[in-house]
Design a protein around this ligand. Structure first.
Ligand code: ADP
Length: 660
């Protein structure tokens, strides 16, 4: 199609319905001829009939017309050629018969009906109809082949068909039968003329921005008015004309009196019309003013400085924020070059850039990466972000500039940066401190342990069984203390110097099971995977530790005489993976569900269940390191389900990264 496809989508319904009406009309006329039904052939009384060849043309034209909107390009091209060829042959031969006053036998070629007196002679297609169909075929060829250079020509072809067929229709309306055939050949039937009017008017919608269609389509005030006025004007003119013909042909009044009365009538109708239109225009104007006021209010209420300029960068409007930010009064700015309000670097008004800017029609934002410094009236300055947006107004291309003062934002950023640096330093100090602490704490422990060894070895003969027991207790306590210090140190190291890598959780868990194989075997534990486990972005060592702690606990806190049964799975949610580890162990009283994740928090003594109360604290830290959380669902003697989430994002902030 030559036209804009968007328009065709919009007018597809009206075009298809017109095509169908033409098709049905053509078929009904053929039925009329076949069964000799007068009303189908001529509609009314002694009106001229639509000839079989005209009806065939109408059917072919409607097929081509509908195909243009409902079939894909490649197919409708072929359909149009098939539909147009018989129209050109029938109309061409028929017209040449009129021009050269010969009979080539085409008129009754499709005389498929007979009455008592033999074949019904249908007669010749009207010469005007033949001309209109040839013109319509030309339009179909131009449109189906998308010949862009001929679009305007095609639109005027349609207008010509409209003028011819409307003249004929008026001929019928006013009883001026000499108009019907426009003085050439046989007369065109009334339904043929109406069909052609409908076709030629709706077909202009293929190119609504070309020719007369331009005035009636579109959303501008002129188009809206044209659409509203056209029907009224046509009805009034046709009605007044009809009255005149009726009065004069029946000699009801003298011509002079008739003209005077009808002129008066026209004046009255015109006045009423003008009143109505002025009300309509005023309403539209008020709507426009309203919209303009809303826009102005929006402009003034905006939290940023907003400036509009013409295409040369001369300021047209500014809002209150602009005055407040720059210290100028708006009267000092209107009409001045916008250069005074923007940094030199941000000048998009030099000729090269400006052309490109309007051509591309996209916003330009400056000052997001590097600061743009803007100067105020009193010589002050502030960092700003500027956005230039092109728009078109009634006066031509314009620019809307928004200026955001970044002073506060930069200050906050500076404070945040400062705090991050401070935090990093404190973190480093803390790490150093915990390292020194644990290192220095190990030292006296080693000394105590050494002395115990010396006493046991060098003073063996003085050691009574009771002293020996005490020494063993001292050694045990030293050993436990040393282990605890190591755990604390490891807790502090979680996430440090780790890198995010893709982790196949299935193979990670099979490694963990291997590591725990001895424990699994001795307790006859059973591990089941209830869902496939995903590949995620994470910190491998830490995740391994997380799973290991949970599985280890699930086995450790088993019920007496009940082998551990552990079920593991993962549910994928919108933004995270949710893993779970469920056991059939001793369970946890809900009142402890939160505090078990605190460091050194244990619910049992070391005699009953070995441990240091640091495993779940590690798990919590690791889950948080992955942008997630961990929690437990459990009740005493009902088993426990530990759940944790790992964010999908895969770009977790390494809160404990080594400071630079
Ligand atoms: P530890 O295992 O060294 O005691 P954790 O931090 O791993 O330390 O666990 C803290 C406490 O939470 C445990 O002492 C235990 O009371 C409870 N707990 C942890 N996991 C389970 C579990 N699977 N079933 C029952 N209780 C559990």
């Amino acid at each position: 199609m030559v036209s804009d496809d968007l328009h065709i989508t919009r007018y597809k319904g009206i075009i298809t319905r017109t095509g169908l009406l033409m098709l049905v009309t053509g078929i009904l006329v053929l039925i009329g001829w076949k069964f000799d039904i007068e009303i189908l052939k001529n509609i009314y009384g002694q009106f001229p009939t639509m000839k079989v060849n005209t009806a065939l043309n109408l059917i072919f034209l409607s097929i081509g017309y509908i195909s243009l909107v409902i079939l894909p390009k490649e197919i409708h091209k072929t359909v149009c050629v098939i539909a147009i060829t018989p129209i050109l042959i029938l109309s061409g031969i028929s017209l040449s018969q009129d021009i050269f006053t010969i009979n080539l036998g085409i008129d009754n070629l499709f005389a498929f009906s007979q009455n008592n007196s033999g074949t019904i002679l249908q007669g010749r297609m009207s010469a005007t109809a033949a001309v209109c169909y040839i013109l319509a075929s030309l339009w179909v060829i131009i449109t189906s082949n998308e010949i862009k250079s001929l679009v305007k020509f095609g639109q005027y072809i349609l207008h010509t068909i409209t003028v011819i067929s409307i003249s004929i229709f008026f001929g019928y309306l006013y009883g001026q039968l000499n108009l019907i055939n426009l003085g050439v050949g046989a007369p065109m039937a009334i339904h043929a003329s109406v069909s052609l009017i409908l076709f030629s008017v709706t077909a202009t919608l293929f190119n609504p921005k070309v020719g007369f269609a331009k005035a009636f389509t579109g959303t501008k005030i002129g188009n809206i008015m044209a659409r509203k006025i056209i029907t009224r004007i046509l009805v009034v003119i046709v009605a007044v004309g009809y009255c005149e013909v009726l009065i004069l042909s029946n000699k009801i009044l003298f011509a002079e009196l008739c003209s005077t009365i009808l002129t008066l009538l026209l004046v009255v109708i015109a006045l009423v019309g003008i009143k109505d239109f002025s009300v309509m225009l005023n309403a539209m104007e008020a709507e426009k003013e309203n919209a303009f006021q809303n826009l102005s209010m929006g402009l003034e209420a905006a939290p940023y400085a907003l400036i509009t300029t013409d295409s040369n960068g001369l300021i047209q409007r500014v809002n209150k924020q602009t005055e407040a930010l720059y210290g100028y009064d708006r009267t000092e700015l209107i009409g001045k070059p916008v250069a005074i309000l923007q940094p030199e670097k941000a000048d998009i008004f030099n000729t090269d850039q400006r052309g490109l800017f309007f051509k591309q029609g996209k916003s330009i934002r400056l000052g997001t990466d590097s600061d743009q410094i803007v100067f105020t009236k009193n010589g002050g300055s502030f960092p700003a972000e500027l956005t230039f947006t092109p728009f078109t107004s009634a006066t031509g291309p314009n620019i809307l500039i928004s200026v955001v003062d970044l002073t506060e934002c930069r200050e906050k950023q500076r404070i945040i940066d400062m705090q991050i640096t401070e935090l990093s330093q404190k973190n480093a100090e803390l790490q150093q401190y915990s390292y020194i602490c644990s290192h220095d704490l190990q030292e006296p422990l080693r000394t105590v342990s050494n002395y115990v060894t010396v006493i046991t070895e060098d003073y063996a003969e003085y050691i009574t069984p009771e002293v020996s027991n005490h020494l063993t207790s001292i050694n045990g306590a030293v050993h436990r203390m040393s282990k605890l210090i190591r755990h604390v140190l490891n807790y502090g190291k979680i996430g440090r110097n780790s890198t995010l890598v893709p982790i196949d959780c299935q193979s990670l868990l099979s490694d963990v099971s291997d590591d725990l194989s001895h424990l699994i075997q001795t307790t006859s534990a059973k591990i089941t995977y209830e869902t496939p486990l995903p590949i995620i972005n994470g910190y491998e060592t830490e995740l391994r530790q997380l799973f290991q702690n949970l599985i280890n606990n699930a086995i450790k806190f088993k019920r007496k005489d009940t082998p551990p049964n552990i079920r593991i799975g993962c549910l994928q949610q919108d933004n995270f993976f949710e893993f779970y580890v469920t056991d059939n162990g001793i369970g946890i009283d809900p009142k402890h569900h939160n505090n078990i994740f605190n460091i050194f928090q244990r619910l049992h003594s070391s005699d009953r269940y070995e441990g240091h109360g640091i495993g779940l604290a590690n798990c919590k830290k690791i889950a948080e390191l992955h942008g997630g959380t961990i929690w437990v669902e459990s009740a005493t003697n009902k088993g426990s389900t530990f759940k944790f989430r790992i964010s999908h994002a895969g770009e977790f902030s390494l809160m404990l990264k080594e400071p630079a």
